[in-house]
Design a protein. Structure first.
Length: 239
């Protein structure tokens, strides 16, 4: 195999693969159905043409029969009038009409099987089309359901286009939140330990600790005061 032929084979294979990927089975089935309907319409047109020809032959046969009968009547009238020459002319006309009638009958006999055959083809084609239509609808419904199931499954598994990166995004967000919390806790510990200073607080560590002790002592003193007031109030109510 030449290099060019090999390249052609590869291109054809890739083209076929792309076409298979792009092809929508539902659209393909609908297109096939439309083609079958078009074929049925074409068959009906052919049948209509043949039937029209059949009817035309039948009309001509009737006309030929009437022509032969009239020619015979004319010959009879001529003979009664003593015009044997006109009678012979009438009979000659009659035989010409009869000959024409036989030719028309032969043509009519030949066309009848064609009509029957086309009618049979039309019925068979209609049955096949109806059967294909039912199968098409079942196939389309099955494909649509399977397609929907695939999309839902892909979404749930995180493979679909919409939810494919949700898991990764959530993990990244959790990592950032955890990191931020750890950093906040570390900053608070350092601030409490005096490693980091509040830029608005110029006191030394000892001064801040003493202030905290004073606040704590004041809180305890206020607490004891409230307890005493509550106890004295209860004593007055008892007395």
């Amino acid at each position: 195999m030449s290099v060019l032929a090999r390249v052609v084979d590869i291109l054809q294979a890739k083209t076929h693969k792309v076409l298979n990927w792009m092809e929508d089975p539902n659209e393909t089935l609908d297109l096939s159905y439309e083609k079958m309907i078009a074929g049925l319409q074409e068959t009906k047109r052919h049948l209509a043409d043949v039937v029209a020809e059949q009817k035309s032959l039948e009309r001509q046969m009737t006309a030929a029969q009437q022509e032969a009968a009239k020619a015979e009547d004319d010959a009879r009238v001529a003979l009664q009038a003593g015009r044997e020459d006109l009678a012979k002319a009438g009979l000659s006309h009659k035989h010409s009409a009869i000959e024409k009638l036989e030719t028309l009958k032969s043509a009519h006999a030949a066309i009848l099987p064609q009509v029957d055959k086309l009618i049979g083809y039309q019925k068979q084609l209609e049955e096949r089309i109806e059967k294909f239509r039912v199968q098409k609808e079942v196939s389309k419904t099955t494909y649509t359901a399977a397609q929907a199931q695939v999309k839902v499954t892909q979404s749930m598994a995180g493979i679909g286009n919409d939810l494919g990166n949700v898991g990764d995004a959530m993990r990244r967000a959790d990592d950032k939140v955890a990191g931020m919390r750890a950093k906040a806790d570390a900053m608070e510990s350092l601030l409490d330990a005096g490693v980091l200073n509040d830029p608005l607080d110029n006191r030394s560590k000892a001064e801040r600790e003493l202030a905290a002790l004073r606040v704590s002592s004041a809180i305890d003193s206020d607490l004891e005061k409230l307890k005493s007031e509550l106890a004295a109030g209860d004593g007055k109510k008892t007395g």
